[in-house]
Design a protein around this ligand. Sequence first.
Ligand code: 6GU
Length: 287
Amino acid sequence: PESNSGYSYEDCKATADWLLAQTDIRPAVGVVCGSGLGGLADMLKDQVAFNYKDIPNFPQSTVHGHAGRLVFGTLKGRPCVCMQGRFHLYEGYPIQKITLPMRIFKLLGVETVILTNAAGGLNQDFKVGDIMIMKDHLNMPGFAGNNPLAGPNDERFGVRFPCMSDAYDRELQQLAMDVGQELGYADFLKEGVYCVLGGPSFETIAECRMLQKLGADAVGMSTVHEAIVARHCGIRVFALSLITNQAVTDYDSEEKANHEEVLQIGKLRAEQLERLVSTMVTRIEHN
Ligand code: 6GU
């Protein structure tokens, strides 16, 4: 087959070089802000920001709650790049477009990515407002053949068959737990398995029950594709989910998942989530 979605190594390099020519900031950490969590990017000092539409080869984001800007800056003195708004399967993008920013991060020199998302809680011990450190994932679109690495492999990024048993960096999970403890977040800091679905419709009750049986603690529509492509090119990955609602698993329940609730809970926990991530950034070691 021909190349997957039209992004060659050279295309990625051209985009990275274009960005590097516009700023002196050389980020070692890349952050992706999930729905309602764009405030993370606003914490950066000495910002140099680009609208996605102005970046060569970059897709544009269409969802309410996602700004669509790539922001360079420093977080407590550490150079970072932050995606304020990400791309999702449900927007209709080919999966390689969704993950293109990870390869651009790599070519910018990023060594660690922090991926954030809003998710529905499946674990009955979780409460709305909990922050779940991702220890693993279930890639449902991948089971159906929709994996961002499908198609010809370019060895300059990584190997044909990348390992995923170490997808989520254990040291970074421990760091998050330690920082969370110190900040007094122990009561709402959890860990678990995130399951990605295509969306945009939320899950049925039967689907939620199925996912619980499969070992999922949270369900959402993002992050996993980015994690796979980041791991493929050797970036360390840390990911967390803000549990914005409890997925419905009971036919008697009156609750209904909706995007407004997702954004509202994002606001409620935003400050703590930002503090957790920014403190982590100051403690991550780089070469
Ligand atoms: Cl309940 N499901 C999915 N798929 N994504 C979500 C969610 C639920 N809550 C926030 N994002």
